[in-house]
Write a protein that binds this ligand. Structure first.
Ligand code: PEP
Ligand code: MG
Length: 574
């Protein structure tokens, strides 16, 4: 069986299928007969016992891997064994009489809502803990297996209908050979993480979940966008060779990782790195990049069951700053919304989340969370070269409002005698076309900006970056993209302010060559793209880059530009 998908993270993998289908509770009948009460009592008590055993096991594992997170499972055990909650559940089972799973759902949901309605952000976070514990009991009640991608038993191809960015971020990198999903687009955050983890990924294969079972053998060719299930012997051999050949090319390019990012005519270019956490693998790039051009801070919020405190954030930001020494680290403030949800924030469901209360808009609503992050960032600013960047800026009012909260935090820290860097640069992301059009005015308000091409394309082309059914309309190479970025670059140049690119186009050698020709000198990308971009730079001159840019700016369709950039990149990387 052969399927076609969207190859969003390059590579080839062969292996056994692991079907990831997180448990979703489905209730049976609400009422039970009086004669069933005893059985439901026993079943509930057994479920609690098993849940405690699971949590202790998790605590043990986490204590070894990440002691900070082990406390979460202790807290879950406290909720699980809370005498008052157990009493309420048993009362429902015995007095209504109500089915055990219904009783669990009813009682836990009541507490979830209670905490969600509280004014205090910290209390609101507790709601996710109740939901988590509830799901654990309901899964055990239903006799479903516990599944986690963080801890795979053996190397496998991961198949899922959809992967949340938090699933992908927690992925067992050692054993995940490839990712295949039915949904998602090339700039979905799961795709971005897959690329940064260098895990081959094929997205958007509709209906594939009905065709796979655990243990089935498959080939994922995320160069050509092909999935082959149950391949014959000949095909298997062919792909083993192709995998080896691709590995050799990768190795060769990797040699360029540590070279200085200098063009053939000695023009220096800034090659920075995009990170989402401060684990050893991500910080490894500190050895061969000029700094962090985009620290997606929201991943810190997506991994835990509770929101990170000011001190926790301070420690994480400081760790990144210390790894990069005098080189700049640009911390992007919380960009939640769209495909990035935070379990512990209990956000309302929106019809159009990418057009909804996302990023800065959400921060303006939850100022407690926003200010906690700003305080943590300011406090860490004395430990290195930190810059702060606001995402999803649409207007000058947005910039001024965000800076107003930053100023409040500065004053608070000053009155508390806590040191911070008073000259920390403050910038914005250019992602909403409106602010790109207003670039000249925006540049006057900030120290720098960075173009988020992933969202800029989504909003400029009016196409959901996650929806595989409209993937062909998501044209990063649309002439409007290059023309708008060119105008933005000119406006920032006139104001003497730096403009970089930190979306996925910033790691694409062909596009980078054209942007250099438009005067952009700083690019931030996933670590995996650094060698390819540096390799391309060694062959490119400013004169050629300008010619390429001029040509691209004359063209009128995405297809023409794609062709020109592909040919240019092939020539430069040959
Ligand atoms: C972008 O939109 O290009 C960007 C870098 O931000 P994110 O992908 O996290 O939305
Ligand atoms: Mg974005």
């Amino acid at each position: 069986m052969v399927f076609q998908g969207l190859p969003v993270s390059r590579g080839i993998a062969l292996g056994r299928v692991f079907v990831y289908a997180p448990f979703k509770a489905r209730m049976g009948e609400r009422s039970i007969g009086g004669e069933d009460r005893a059985a439901h009592n026993i079943r509930f008590n057994e479920a609690v016992k098993q849940a405690v055993a699971e949590l202790r096991e998790l605590q043990k594992k986490m204590a070894a891997a990440d002691p900070g997170k082990a406390g979460i499972f202790e807290a879950h055990e406290d909720i699980l064994t809370d005498v008052a909650i157990i009493e309420e559940i048993l009362t429902l089972i015995n007095e209504e009489p109500c089915a055990g799973d219904y009783a669990v759902e009813t009682v836990y949901s009541k507490y979830e809502k209670l905490f969600a309605d509280m004014d205090d952000d910290i209390m609101q976070e507790r709601c996710a803990d109740f939901r988590d514990v509830k799901n654990r009991i309901l899964r055990i009640w239903a006799g479903a297996e516990q599944q986690s991608l963080a801890d795979l038993e053996e190397p496998a191809l991961i198949f899922a209908h959809d992967l949340l960015p938090s699933d992908t971020a927690a992925l067992d990198r050692k054993n995940a050979l490839a990712i295949v999903t039915e949904t998602g687009g090339s700039t979905s955050h799961s795709a971005i993480i897959a690329r940064s983890y260098e895990i081959p990924a094929l997205l958007g294969i509709t209906g594939v979940m009905a065709q796979v079972t655990n243990g089935m053998f498959g080939v994922v060719d995320a160069l050509e966008g092909k999935l082959i299930l149950n391949p014959g012997e000949g095909e298997r051999k062919k792909y083993e060779q192709k995998r080896a050949e691709y590995g050799r090319i990768l190795e060769e390019t990797r040699r360029f990782r540590s070279v200085e990012p200098v063009m053939a005519d000695d023009t220096a270019i800034g090659v920075y790195c995009n990170i989402g956490s401060v684990n050893d693998e991500e910080l490894e790039a500190a050895a061969w990049t000029g700094g962090v051009g985009l620290f997606r801070s929201e991943f810190l919020f997506m991994q835990g069951k509770t929101l990170p405190s000011e001190n926790e954030q301070f420690r994480v930001y400081t760790k990144a700053l210390e790894a990069y020494g005098s080189r700049q680290v640009i911390l992007r403030t919380l960009d939640i919304g769209g495909d990035k949800t935070v379990e512990s924030m209990d956000l309302p469901k929106e019809e159009n989340p990418f057009l909804g209360c996302r990023a800065l808009r959400l921060c303006f609503q939850r100022t407690g969370i926003f200010k906690t992050q700003l305080r943590a960032a300011l406090r860490s600013s004395v430990h290195g070269n930190l810059a702060l960047m606001f995402p999803m800026v649409g207007s000058l009012e947005d910039i001024r409002r965000a800076k107003h909260y930053l100023e409040e935090c500065r004053q608070e820290l000053e009155s508390e005698n806590i040191p911070f860097n008073k000259n920390m640069p403050v910038g914005i992301m250019i992602e909403i076309p409106a602010i790109a059009v207003m670039a000249e005015a925006a540049a006057k308000e900030v120290d720098f900006a960075s173009v988020g091409t992933n969202d800029l394309c989504q909003y400029l082309m009016a196409v959901d970056r996650l929806n595989p059914h409209v993937a062909s309309y998501y044209q990063s190479c649309h002439p409007a993209m290059f023309r708008l970025i060119n105008q933005t670059a000119a406006a920032f140049e006139r104001e003497g302010k730096s403009l970089s690119i930190c979306g996925e186009m910033g790691g694409d050698p062909g596009a980078v060559a054209a942007f250099i020709g438009m005067g952009i000198k700083k690019f931030s990308m996933t670590a995996a793209n650094v060698p390819g971009v540096k390799r391309m730079l060694t062959r490119l001159t400013l004169a050629d880059a300008r010619k390429l840019a001029a040509r691209v700016l004359r063209l009128t369709t995405a297809l023409q530009i794609e062709d020109v950039l592909k040919t240019a990149a092939e020539k430069l990387l040959a």
